[in-house]
Design a protein around this ligand. Structure first.
Ligand code: DX5
Ligand code: ZN
Length: 238
């Protein structure tokens, strides 16, 4: 993979990214689900890592990510909802993660976490929870490859989209424009065939979706529909 002068991996930039979230897949058939996502036409596979401390739920760890890695060629987008991501960055890098996302709520530790991810030659994601002010993310905008605006409170799939997060997406887009930056603007939580358009219009370009995609028999058709709705939302009418 190409690496820039700062040691950052540069993955090909595409206009709209669709990332099914494995959390909503059928855990009794994880290998089958990873392969189904691989054939779905999606861009990334989103892996939610929950530690039972940063969020009140536990999901899965690097061993599971490593086990499904050979079954899926998509970019592995690892979302660490963890109090101590320090201890998990290397294990997930070894397990085949392409992007490692940590939370801005970790405060003073964020800078060191970003350095660590960069030293592992992985893409850098920064996530922000609904109650956290966007100003918390501002100092890191020039350092990250993606800003993940949480559109639900993290911890569980299948929650309703929080409309009040839309101005945060707009703010992320305004900062990117004004400062000539190129981080992706990702949204995560309650993204479905209705909310995707609102997020795209607000400036999001990366759509993480669990329930709306994995709970459908035809994942490929659902991914195509989500992508089409996102693109249509930002395409000016003729
Ligand atoms: C929430 C997770 C999400 C979740 C999204 O804590 O970060 O990635 O899987 O699931 P849905 O799309 O069902 O809201
Ligand atoms: Zn997530």
């Amino acid at each position: 993979m190409p690496v820039d002068w700062m040691g950052r991996v540069s993955l090909p930039f595409s206009p709209m990214i669709i990332a099914p979230s494995l959390l909503a897949s059928d855990f009794t058939r994880l290998g089958h689900e990873a392969a189904r996502a691989d054939r779905s036409g999606a861009d990334w596979l989103h892996l939610d890592i929950m530690d039972g401390h940063f969020v009140p739920n536990i999901s899965f760890g690097p061993a599971v990510a490593g086990a499904i890695r050979p079954l899926n060629k998509l970019i592995f987008d690892v979302h660490l909802m963890c109090s101590r991501p320090e201890i998990l960055l290397e294990p997930f890098a070894r397990a085949g993660a392409d992007r490692l996302t940590v939370h801005v709520e970790l405060g003073q530790r964020v800078t060191a976490l970003i350095w660590k991810i960069r030293s592992l030659h992985k893409e850098i994601g920064l996530a922000i929870n609904p109650p956290t002010a966007m100003q918390a993310a501002e100092p890191f905008l020039g350092e990250v490859d993606s800003l993940l605006v949480m559109t639900v409170n993290p911890g569980f799939g299948g929650q309703s989209f929080i409309t009040e997060t839309l101005p945060k997406i707009q703010q992320a887009a305004a900062w990117r424009r004004e400062r000539g930056l190129n981080y992706r603007i990702a949204v995560d939580g309650g993204i479905d065939f209705e909310t995707v358009a609102q997020c795209a219009r607000a400036g999001a370009d990366t759509f993480i979706s669990g329930t709306c995609l994995f709970h459908r028999r035809n994942l490929k058709a659902a991914v195509a529909k989500l992508r089409k709705l996102a693109e249509a939302a930002v395409t000016p009418a003729p």
